[in-house]
Design a protein around this ligand. Structure first.
Ligand code: PHE
Length: 490
């Protein structure tokens, strides 16, 4: 079969690429500590339900919107209705914000991986304030992502995913296996991570689980839309989404199995403090340091794995923006990819500075509305704008295209969407259950920010939304925003 330059060559490549986007710092770092803080196994259960009810349903919607249009997010929403194109523009602009801070952490993991043989213990305070060095690692990390993007969908993203994802999986299984055989403390670590404590489950935990599901599955922006647009009829959407959700959850669980037994074995006192940035960048390096030479090797493998996970996620973010620029402005992939990465690199420098000084070293006089810039951007995007993006995708399929039509269209294009009962459940979910739950996440996010006095976060998110809507109606609604076919013609 002839495969065009800018499509995935096969179903496995697509699943691995989408799973590559989904599996990232959210799985290896946020999921373990959120689980330990929010009720252990009881939280895992809530999380799995969120993945099925919110994640899976939203993912099908996003992939469907992209796949039927075979175009960037703006054109894809325009195809549904010309007045909806701003939803796509929001989905294209959001990743720009995220790349700027996510790649700093990617740079950190690169530093920790390459520095493993000299030992990383106690390094964070001094490394994080050395902005030129952080910028160097962030730059290398971004350049590597740009290099993959420049290869195109099939020869860049798909090839990279086929090589890196199996390596990542082997590494996490190997490290978890190693952790579980450490002996003393393993049980305590597992209990800390997984002991169900249903008494801790309340509305807050449900909210955390749902928000984590969105973030971890890379939903609420243009990613699944963009990757979906590069799939042809040879890809089964239902099966692919199930595999992506399964793989993402599996890696998150394995990360917990790798981290907590090791921490409990080496220093049980650290278990309670295993939160936030400290877990991966302070506590684990201490654990590795106490292991001698073996520790250096395990440290290298661990941080290389986290770095791989971060690269495959950043690549997906860069692709959303790159695809739009190529198709709207008819420029080459090289120009577009390098342009996006350079812009994000420049914006990342002040964020990196703020992260080191405020978040790590607590110099609050440099704070921005009481926080570091990374936390600020993270809250604007993750707490407020990502659920909004997901809600828009769900409403578009549930109420505008209509789920029955979507299922019919998917089946007609060769995707088996399950039996009559399953289809009816899906329609009901897309229309009523999922959007209501996402709205709950969104409103609780806004309320949480306002209660915490973070009006600036809410105002920034609303302003960002207003700018996207305004810019769309002024510059994009009545102009040609292109499709995937344009890239082939370049
Ligand atoms: N899903 C990624 C993770 O778990 C994060 C991410 C979010 C990547 C949004 C891209 C877009 O870390």
């Amino acid at each position: 079969m002839e495969t065009k330059k800018n499509t995935f060559a096969g179903g496995v490549g697509f699943i691995l690429a989408a799973a590559g986007s989904a599996v990232g710092l959210g799985n290896l770092w946020a999921f373990p500590y959120k689980t330990s803080q929010n009720g252990g196994a009881a939280f895992v259960l809530l999380y799995i339900i969120s993945v099925l009810v919110l994640g899976f349903v939203t993912m099908v919607c996003e992939i469907f919107i992209g796949r039927r249009a075979q175009a960037n997010a703006v054109s894809a929403y325009k195809k549904v209705n010309k007045n909806l194109g701003w939803c796509g523009f929001l989905a294209v602009m959001l990743p720009v914000f995220i790349i700027c801070y996510y790649s700093i952490l990617g740079g950190w993991t690169l530093k920790y991986a390459t520095h493993s043989f000299w030992g990383n213990a106690g390094m964070l305070e001094s490394f994080s304030v050395n902005t030129p060095e952080v910028a160097l690692f962030t730059g290398v990390f971004l350049l590597f992502s740009a290099f993959i993007i420049m290869g195109g969908v099939k020869n860049g993203i798909e090839k990279m995913s086929k090589i890196l994802m199996p390596i990542l999986f082997l590494l996490i299984v190997g490290i978890a296996g190693y952790s579980l055989t450490l002996g003393e403390g393993v049980r305590d670590g597992l209990r800390f991570f997984l002991q169900p404590d249903f008494s801790t489950i309340g509305p807050k935990q449900i909210l955390v689980a749902m928000a984590q599901a969105f973030y971890s599955l890379s939903l609420g922006m243009g990613i699944m839309l963009s990757y979906g647009s590069y799939t042809g009829t040879h890809i089964d959407v239902k099966k692919s989404c199930m595999m992506i959700c399964f793989f993402d959850t599996l890696v998150a669980l394995l990360a917990g199995l790798a981290i907590f037994p090791a921490v409990a074995h080496f220093d049980p006192n650290l278990l309670g403090s295993s939160k936030g940035i400290a877990l991966v960048f302070i506590i684990l390096p201490d654990v590795f340091a106490s292991l001698g030479t073996v520790g250096k090797i395990v440290s290298f493998l661990f941080f290389a794995m986290v770095c791989i996970a971060a690269v495959t996620s950043v690549v997906s973010l860069v692709e959303v923006v790159t695809q739009f620029i190529i198709q709207k402005f008819k420029v080459s992939r090289k120009f577009s990819g390098l342009g996006v990465v350079t812009f994000c690199f420049l914006v990342s420098i002040p964020i990196a500075w703020s992260l080191g000084h405020v978040a790590i070293n607590g110099e609050m006089e440099h704070a921005f509305f009481g926080m570091d810039l990374l936390t600020f951007f993270d809250e604007v995007t993750n707490t407020l704008l990502m659920p909004m993006g997901a809600l828009l995708a769900c409403i578009t399929v549930g109420w505008i295209i209509k789920p029955e039509n979507a299922l019919r269209e998917l089946e007609a294009s060769g995707s088996k969407m399950g039996g009559a009962v399953l289809q009816r459940v899906f329609c009901f979910m897309v229309r009523f259950v999922t959007p209501v739950l996402i709205l709950f996440v969104e409103l609780s996010g806004i309320k949480g920010e306002l209660d915490a006095g973070q009006h600036a976060v809410v105002i920034t998110a609303l302003a960002f939304l207003a700018v996207c809507i305004g810019a769309y109606f002024m510059f994009l609604r009545n102009t040609n925003t292109g499709t995937n076919a344009d890239e082939k013609l370049l």
